[in-house]
Design a protein around this ligand. Structure first.
Ligand code: FES
Length: 104
């Protein structure tokens, strides 16, 4: 299965993922520009911030309170479709998910 990252310059990167991997892990492994994962996935850095495509937003469970707090207090340029990539667990059901790297 694969996920599509749209980088800040508009480039589209199709990244294969393994079931159970996080969106941040898939993005950093593939070297997607702007996905850094500085805190290692512990909801502290927001360097994995993405916007989920409107059509795909309903496919994901709502952010839990830790992720919601990190979005509120740590992330910049937050939108209604913002997610922290380290908290989005990928599975085959999410094949084709499209996310845009958040504005810096
Ligand atoms: Fe740090 Fe997601 S990797 S908040």
């Amino acid at each position: 299965s694969s996920v599509i990252f749209v980088e800040r310059d508009g480039s589209r990167r199709v990244v294969e993922f393994a079931d159970g991997e996080s969106l941040m892990q898939a993005g950093t492994r593939a070297g997607v520009d702007g996905i850094i994962g500085e805190c290692g996935g512990s909801c502290m850095c927001a360097t994995c911030h993405v916007y989920v495509a409107e059509d795909d937003d309903g496919k994901l469970p709502e952010p839990d309170s830790m992720e919601a707090d990190a979005l509120e207090f740590t992330a910049l340029n937050v939108r209604p479709t913002s997610r922290l990539g380290c908290q989005v667990k990928l599975s085959a059901a999410l094949d084709g998910l499209t996310v845009t790297v958040a504005e810096a």
